[in-house]
Design a protein around this ligand. Structure first.
Ligand code: GLY
Length: 559
């Protein structure tokens, strides 16, 4: 929609409508929204003590490692996009890396077939964790409170323990058989934990205490590093002390692009999120989505067709920018997308077989977690962190108190195989020593008229990008408040498989029938939940509205 053309009066009307639609937590100055109330509160408390958004990032990230072991971590990695109150923007890549001993065919058998579960379960699935390096890099560059002060409430939380929620009870039960399969000895999560029980984390508290005293190097070169390497090797892994010692988080330039009067700031490679989001939004921009209506047939068609084309490019071109050349400028240019959308028609679906590029269907786990922060100074942080699968590789280091990621599965285990069009793809994301695996994480910040407007992100594997997209569109095109935008049913198309994945409730039956008539295949059974978006919207009166996803235990806390 060409909102730049709207008259000032319409602008005012838009905002007065929006006021009625506020349904989320409202605060005056600052807010943290994350997957657990305890983590949001620790982040918010750090802000209330006078810390800034970067201090709160350290606090929230590590508090999630304690309170949300499903995805929060010190055994994984993530991405963070920031916008300072001065308008300065930047991004941090604390993604895991492949170990030095990793190689292209490490998950293939002698016949060249992928060995089942080798890249997802146990020690061979683990990439070099980046989270501790990430929080220290953030703190070193922008933090204002002493690290010990930030870690104190987190260590206390780990010692005190957390009350199990119903959703947590369900999650632990669901994955318990893997814990037994992967771990040699019993682990904390083998017990039949029930809602209302308290789980304490003394081993993680001790690890965090050592990190608080000795700093970043405790994890990468100190006693913790040595104990972690011994554990990995005892479990058949290949991570060495040299791997840990060589790990560095990297500052990156975020991907930026415009959509109507918005400026979107999102994560750059090795996350595919920013580029893919730009391609989809460029494809949608010329259409009057707001006139078609929210989740109407035409709106869903336009979004689906733009997604199909963007995802077809994704696995072909994208990988670790330190290893592969990515034509970012072209991919996110409006001209490129215009050509990609040229064959789109409202009369029928474009079959994915008619859309070239891309090669290998990416099946990504959807168990990640996101948090959004705005501080009382106007600084904003959008961070997404993961151990990839639910409880990562399921390998739990009882000695140190955390799960290890299975991020190696985000590489292409078998690149170089021509797809059905004869295209050889995913070379860009093949396994190489010290390379970062491609991610879908899309921590995003939106500016409107040059001011901070929205902070948004979500877990959801390949559906991360499209969930972030729909949340932004719900606010911008369909005039919703933050919580309302987060609550809406979501759908997703990723080129292959050629289906629209939809949450099973909330879509109009007539719209679904019409889409089927037009040749779209709908899948409402495989995704009971698409994304868990945690977001913050700056209201016209200067207050903040949180959007904490009711699909999880997510909570907004602030003041
Ligand atoms: N592991 C999920 C992602 O990075 O996209």
């Amino acid at each position: 929609m060409k909102k730049t053309l709207l008259l000032f009066t319409a602008f005012i009307t838009l905002y007065s409508c929006k006021k009625d639609k506020v349904t989320g937590v409202i605060t005056e100055k600052a807010m943290v929204v994350s997957a657990r109330k305890e983590a949001s509160k620790i982040g918010s408390d750090i802000l209330q003590k006078g810390g800034n958004a970067f201090d709160a990032m350290v606090a929230t990230e590590l508090a999630l490692a304690v309170s949300y072991p499903y995805a929060g971590n010190i055994g994984g990695g993530g991405f963070m996009v920031y916008r300072k109150n001065s308008g300065e923007i930047g991004a941090l890549d604390y993604r895991e890396k492949a170990p030095l001993a990793a190689h292209k065919n490490m998950y293939l058998d002698s016949l060249g077939n992928v060995i089942e579960n080798k890249s997802t379960l146990g020690a061979m699935a683990v990439g070099i964790p980046g989270t501790v390096a990430g929080v220290f890099a953030t703190h070193e560059k922008f933090g204002s409170l002493p690290i010990q002060e930030i870690l104190k409430p987190i260590i206390a939380l780990a010692k005190r323990g957390l009350i199990v929620t119903q959703k947590q009870e369900d999650r632990i039960k669901k994955y318990q058989h893997y814990f037994l399969e992967v771990n040699k000895d019993p682990i904390l999560f083998d017990k039949p934990w029930k809602k209302g029980d308290t789980i304490k984390y003394p081993a993680l508290a001790a690890t965090l205490e050592r990190i608080a005293i000795n700093g970043r190097d405790e994890f990468y070169k100190g006693e913790t590093a040595k104990r972690l390497v011994a554990f990995m090797q005892d479990n058949g892994g290949i991570i060495t002390e040299e791997d840990l010692a060589k790990y560095e988080a990297k500052w990156r330039t975020p991907v930026t692009f415009t959509y109507d009067d918005l400026r979107i700031i999102s994560m750059s490679p090795p996350a595919s999120g920013g580029i893919c989001l730009a391609q989809i939004m460029n494809g949608i921009e010329p259409f009057d989505l707001d006139k078609y209506g929210h989740n109407s047939t035409k709106a869903m068609q336009v979004i689906t067709e733009a997604e199909r084309r963007a995802y077809a490019d994704r696995s072909f071109y994208l990988g670790d920018p330190d290893f592969v050349e990515i034509p970012i400028k072209t991919l996110i240019s409006k001209e490129y997308t215009k050509n990609r959308m040229a064959d789109f028609s409202f009369d029928k679906a474009t079959p994915s077989t008619d859309v070239s590029h891309g090669s290998i269907t990416m099946f990504e786990s959807d168990e990640t977690t996101h948090y959004s922060i705005v501080d009382q100074f106007g600084n904003a942080i959008s961070a997404t962190t993961t151990i990839n699968g639910a409880y990562g590789s399921k390998l739990y280091c009882s000695d140190l108190g955390f799960f290890l990621n299975n991020e190696m599965d985000d590489f292409s285990s078998k690149p170089g195989i021509p797809n059905m069009f004869g295209l050889v793809g995913a070379e860009a994301n093949k396994i190489e020593p010290e390379k970062r695996m491609l991610s879908s994480m899309t921590p995003t910040i939106v500016e409107k008229n040059g001011n901070l407007y929205m902070v948004v992100g979500t877990p959801g594997g390949s559906t991360i990008i499209t969930s972030v997209l729909q949340t932004i569109l719900n606010v911008h095109e369909f005039d919703m408040g933050m919580q309302e935008a987060v609550n809406q049913p979501r759908f997703h198309h990723q080129w292959l498989p050629d289906v629209i994945k939809m949450e099973p409730t909330g879509f109009d039956k007539k719209v679904k029938n019409k889409l089927r008539q037009l040749g779209y295949e709908l899948d409402e059974t495989n995704s009971p939940i698409i994304g868990k978006v945690d977001a913050i919207l700056m209201l016209p009166n200067g207050k903040l509205e949180g959007g904490a996803d009711p699909r999880g235990d997510d909570t907004a806390v602030g003041f």
